[in-house]
Design a protein. Sequence first.
Lengths: 463, 463
Amino acid sequence: MTAEAAPADRWLVEALRAIVGDRVTAADAVREQHGRDESYHAPRAPDLVVFATTTDEVSRVVQACAHHGAAVIPYGAGTSLEGHVAALQGGVSIDLTRMDRILAVNVEDMDVTVEAGVTRKRLNEDLRDAGLFFPVDPGADASIGGMAATRASGTNAVRYGTMRDAVLAMTVVLADGRVIRTSRRARKSAAGYDLTRLFVGSEGTLGVITEVTLRLHPIPEAVRAAVASYPDIKAAVDSVIATVQSGVPIARIELLDAAQMDAVNRYSGLDYPVEPTLFYEFHGSQMGVAEQVEVVEGIARDYGAAAFHWAARQEDRDRLWQARHNAYYAALALRPGSRGFTTDVCVPLSRLAECITETAADLEQSFLMAPMVGHVGDGNFHLVILVDPDNPGELAEAERLNERLVMRALAMDGTCTGEHGVGFGKMPFLATEHGEALSVMAALKRALDPDNIMNPGKIVLPS
Amino acid sequence: MTAEAAPADRWLVEALRAIVGDRVTAADAVREQHGRDESYHAPRAPDLVVFATTTDEVSRVVQACAHHGAAVIPYGAGTSLEGHVAALQGGVSIDLTRMDRILAVNVEDMDVTVEAGVTRKRLNEDLRDAGLFFPVDPGADASIGGMAATRASGTNAVRYGTMRDAVLAMTVVLADGRVIRTSRRARKSAAGYDLTRLFVGSEGTLGVITEVTLRLHPIPEAVRAAVASYPDIKAAVDSVIATVQSGVPIARIELLDAAQMDAVNRYSGLDYPVEPTLFYEFHGSQMGVAEQVEVVEGIARDYGAAAFHWAARQEDRDRLWQARHNAYYAALALRPGSRGFTTDVCVPLSRLAECITETAADLEQSFLMAPMVGHVGDGNFHLVILVDPDNPGELAEAERLNERLVMRALAMDGTCTGEHGVGFGKMPFLATEHGEALSVMAALKRALDPDNIMNPGKIVLPS
């Protein structure tokens, strides 16, 4: 703590020290790191950072914060994109990265219970020998707690679902420090309100997630990946619709527009055609994958795709998907020094081509560049609008483009955010998206966090 | 209304008449029908029954009830099993069966929006020509609104999930008459608290569901069904675990014990071996189904199954599944005049054989008979305890058996209800199942229904 700390802070620091010893800090570098995510949003440092190691510690820290009226902001890997970790009212960031134990792998039940700070890559490394994997893949090596808190999804949600589907149960510390388990480990239950789903996607505004039980899947016997380029966006999206309707259980189907393909080629030293392109991945038995491939290649041909570019070997597949996962950094590299203003709308599939095409027309009129990538099997796509974060004119233009895009998606019965969450960045759109239902969200917030200390200023204001 | 109606009721009747005209009644036969479900629970008739035809009418009816302090109990097909429709405090039953329009089928998006009173069989008949189907199948021809309200599932949840997974969005009338849409039609969203999942399974205690948007699936190209008998329960359950772990996307895998097979044979005029038996169904392409069958037959042999009994033709398949679906009535027919006291625990798969075996030992010590059927791919099974509902000694014994079973399931990290819901029948177990989390459910109830008029006395008491 600096000598200038207010007396209230001093009492809080002493209370926290009594709980976690020297694992509380006010060091500037640590505070600044904990107020910053990977987005263009301005960081806001918390007053204090606590490194928690147990659920009981988190509970006592939250009780101390409640007593002192300090805000509580959970922190995982810091990879979120809508300002979720920004300490808008100061307060205490609870860093959960030291809660990184894998508590129980139940092979017969195909589930695992982990502490919130375990990252998804580490989890999958640990699971490999059991023949199981955790499919949700947002690109970044996020923490499981953070992924649950933001209802993350990513490239293979089209087959395996999002964190909404993956989470079986959680341990949550409430705003008054009480600890609950949201559900049992049974695969399904009709025993009352679905607290698991209430806390998945609540972004720390209703409680702090400290443990998560996840559904797992058997590692598929066979995996193949492919790339195919299309004459235009509409042909690519129509090919996606036909693929999904065919009942083929495709594991991944990702769209990159020509600008993004150009960026990927430059960044990853590749030479794909600079055209709208679908990245595919197939999971199943050897025979099942062969059949899926045959069906999907036929559909692709029907919609004018150039020949499939195959990656059957693990290393080729890794390179292909690494190129896809690096799309964000590839986009940023088109304009050195820029940051990404990332959009995240999701619309019904039938409206997707129209939504993307109208957005492309907007972009042609703009002075900003914005490559596009999409989890198109779900109707979700991202523009990475390249902005100089110190240039207010550029930020204003990005905001204008985003607002037009969101309003277009909402008019198509879509959502302002398919997977990044609300944070404070998407709050301005929720009244339009939810209408009267937003008041229900506010009522839930008041019911579970009456003093508004849990990640305040995110998702919904209590009144 | 009878002449003895209290003055408050008279005002309420007049208010309701102003909204729905002659579609409000106090006729005894109608009231009694609306207070009764398919369970052993004693029926409790509402004071009035309203037949609603629009969401706006439901909204105005709820407002009138709120004004007069009358309870509101939504009514669909009346097929629930835990007293959900019993009017414990009198009040108004809102019958939604006349809200039976299919509002929009979106073939490209594979979704449909229906009014709450549409039944699942009617929906599937309407969808057939579009090549799509709605998979959730609880056996009874329940209404979609009722299935959403109770988080129903059934025989093919192991592949297609429960109503939790099937519902994309709903229109809900809140306790003060406000109407909300819980979500957009996009396949996924991270835009705030998951109101859809909060209302799925809320059993009318937070609002009245009037419209539901559902995810659909392509009708599979090929379907095959089979029956195989096993030497004992453990062998059958181990075969299920190996099947699920193999990654085979099995559509249905149902266990019937020897007593239930005896009942099915007698009721449906069949001659299956009277042994623990699995009913299977496979969905996929021709080639995919052939491969699934090969894998699963191999697993079955490994666990000592007798030869598969195949039903490839639609009519044989229908007969096979009709036998399974009639299991409840077949059980009742073992003891004419009895009613079924149905249990509904769900446990992690790894504990299922142990749970069933210990329960079978309990039953051997009991004077009551209780055939067993199970959605064993999910770890969910039902005893149908055959009771004379007028014999208090039998009811007490059934309650004792059920309580032992529930406590056993809870000790195995299971739930007291996998799919039937809480109603008032399962309320006594929720404190043990949820612990402190039950107080969170009570807080949600208070937040959304402060005057406790929405299906009061079900799931959780507000305080």
